[in-house]
Design a protein. Structure first.
Length: 291
């Protein structure tokens, strides 16, 4: 007999209760305060729209030195029938070690039987298997610290989407950019454009987070890397992460389908020394209207 989405959501709530008992201290288990109530409301009235996917973070202490490793969890509505989206991160890990750790974690979870709750298993695996990656990262840091001149890299990503409307999605974009210390902007409407700049590993984590589980019609159109021996903050084109909205064309009434004024967007790009990006994003050379 096929498993229903309601049954899967009930199992997810049971697992959250179990995890809360395992991690009762403040800051150990973090999730949005409306995440569980929204699922409970749906289970009472299943004829409505599906609730947002359950998303939470678990802070773990690894090894004798209690190095902080955070396990980020995003559950598809049909979990545990389908695999969860898991991502382990730590300030003590280089990008390469973090990538290797997550590759092994994903491989381990995929080897488990589908239909079984597995976040507790993932937590234990991270605790048992993170230490070698942390030690390799520490050795790499010690080697790099011996170099007299250390170069740093500013990474800038230009991301294009067919449209960006949903408030839930926009909140995820802004929260993630703030958490990862990224500057740039999000252009809401149709088309949608996102620019993020900062450390490469943070930009790549941002890209990983926002495009999962299944954001269609989104692509990274262009990447810029700028090397410096000073602070990367001196290379940033943006001072914060802006909510960019321009006057829309036409009157679409209650339809959630409006095209942004790309002339205003081109002017914004030129003000931030990025006019050349317009052609990369849209395939045509931008021209400002004569007013």
């Amino acid at each position: 007999m096929a498993v229903t989405v309601e049954e899967c959501l009930e199992l997810q709530l049971l697992e959250v209760e179990m995890l809360l008992s395992m991690f009762p201290k403040r800051g150990e288990f973090s999730l949005d305060e409306d995440a569980v109530p929204s699922i409970q409301r749906y289970l009472r009235h299943t004829d409505g729209a599906l609730p947002p996917q359950l998303e939470y973070r678990i802070a773990l202490d690894v090894g004798e030195n209690k190095v902080k490793v955070e396990l980020q969890v995003l559950l598809p509505h049909m979990y545990p029938q389908v695999a969860p989206q898991l991502f382990a991160r730590s300030d003590a890990l280089h990008r390469q070690q973090q990538l290797q750790l997550n590759t092994h974690l994903t491989s381990h979870i995929s080897s488990l039987d589908s239909g079984d709750l597995c976040i507790g298993e993932a937590v234990q695996w991270v605790k048992d298997n993170s230490l070698p990656f942390l030690e390799n990262s520490k050795a790499s840091l010690e080697c790099a610290s011996k170099e007299v001149r250390v170069k740093k890299m500013l990474h800038r990503m230009w991301i294009y989407s067919h449209h960006i409307y949903r408030q839930e999605l926009r909140k995820k974009i802004f929260d993630c950019a703030k958490k990862l210390n990224l500057t740039g902007f999000c252009l809401t409407g149709k088309p949608g454009v996102i620019c993020v700049e900062g450390l490469q590993e943070n930009c790549e984590e941002f890209w990983h987070v926002i495009r999962y589980p299944n954001w269609k019609h989104i692509s990274c159109k262009h990447v810029e890397n700028i090397e410096t021996e000073g602070s990367i903050d001196n290379l940033r084109l943006f001072h914060g992460f802006e909510d960019l909205q321009f006057q829309a064309h036409g009157d679409y009434g209650l339809r959630n389908d409006y095209h942004m004024d790309l002339g205003q967007f081109l002017e914004f790009l030129k003000q931030h020394r990025s006019g050349h990006i317009f052609q990369i994003l849209f395939g045509v050379e931008g021209k400002l209207s004569d007013n």
